[in-house]
Design a protein around this ligand. Structure first.
Ligand code: DON
Length: 309
């Protein structure tokens, strides 16, 4: 069978996803996210040679939420190296993204850097010794640098919305503080965490930002070496095993790629050696992952033969 044409496949997926009735439900526990139009869908694929293939609402900015945790982990590993692993584990949790149950059994050490507790502990490492504004500026500049676009921004309305309703995250952070896992004042750490979750980008920008993970740590568009090949492999391994919380097994089974989702409805997926893919559809499934985003990626990998398995 001749290889599928990526442009055709992306156009077909975008048209199908736009038309589907089953769209999942927008997250409402962050009230500002509940206002996003459920009908939107976007996909962007950036290949090694820089070819960009887009479909759907590719100029729409969306809240990347937990997808930011891939980039905060990357920054924290750069700042603290393997000390990160004294604070968080590397195992799937099998629990919801905001679960607190394992934390008591495991003495305040979160299972992995992608569940909320783990990402809050990672944010504490980035913050260490700095003012919240400085740490946040560093995270935002990193996203702008990786995507090559200054228009990436922090949606202050989304951050304020989560700041008003983030009681669960406050509980997680205080619990970890009680175990001595958080160094900085809890409100500083959460302020940075809520704001980096509120980073807004387009699918094109997100795909570009993730490109270094598809190419052994180096962004092929710029030649910049962001992390070592070994570190890129390990971040991908964590995305595969933990990137979709208690839906990670299902995502690996259906899509077969390292991926990271966010409750804004975005997913970053990595096709090692080939491409970085971002999809966005704001309706979520029961695990809090983009419903149509996952289906779109499943179709993309099947048609292109891109599963890593
Ligand atoms: O902390 C939260 O609940 C959100 N800022 C991020 C959660 C999230 O995106 C989970 N992803 N599916």
């Amino acid at each position: 069978m001749p290889a599928a044409n990526l442009q055709d496949v992306v156009a077909e997926i975008a048209a199908e996803m736009k038309a589907r009735d089953d769209r999942g439900d927008v997250a409402t526990y962050i009230p500002e996210l509940g206002r996003v139009d459920l009908q939107q869908f976007a996909i962007a694929v950036i290949e090694k040679d820089g070819t960009l293939t887009e479909g759907g609402d590719c100029d729409s900015f969306f809240s990347i939420q937990s997808v930011s945790k891939v980039f905060t982990l990357t920054l924290a590993l750069g700042l603290a190296g393997d000390r990160v692993w004294n604070r968080v584990g590397r195992e799937p949790s099998g629990s919801r993204f905001n679960s607190i149950v394992q934390l008591e059994y495991e003495k305040g050490i979160p299972r992995n850097p992608f569940i909320n507790a783990g990402a809050i502990a990672v944010t504490d490492l980035i913050l260490s010794g700095h003012q919240p504004r400085e740490a946040l500026g560093e995270i935002l500049r990193f996203m702008q640098f990786l995507s090559g676009e200054d228009s990436v921004y922090i949606d202050k309305a989304v951050a304020a919305s989560e700041e008003r309703t983030g009681f669960n995250n406050r509980a997680l952070a205080n619990f970890m503080k009680g175990f001595g896992v958080i160094d900085n004042p809890v409100e500083y750490v959460l302020g940075v965490y809520f704001h980096h979750c509120a980073i807004a980008m387009t699918c094109r920008q997100l795909a570009k930002a993730g490109s270094f993970l598809a190419h052994l740590g180096q962004n092929p568009a710029t030649g910049h070496s962001v992390v070592t090949p070994e570190r890129a492999r390990r971040i991908n391994a964590l995305m595969l095993t933990c990137g979709h919380y208690d839906g990670s097994g299902e995502f690996a089974y259906r899509v077969g790629l390292p991926g990271k989702s966010g409750v804004g409805g975005g997913i970053l997926a990595i096709v090692p050696g080939k491409a970085s893919v971002a999809v966005w559809s704001p309706g979520l499934d029961a695990s809090g992952n983009s419903h149509l985003g996952r289906i779109a990626l499943e179709k993309l990998t099947a048609r292109m033969g891109w599963s890593i398995f």
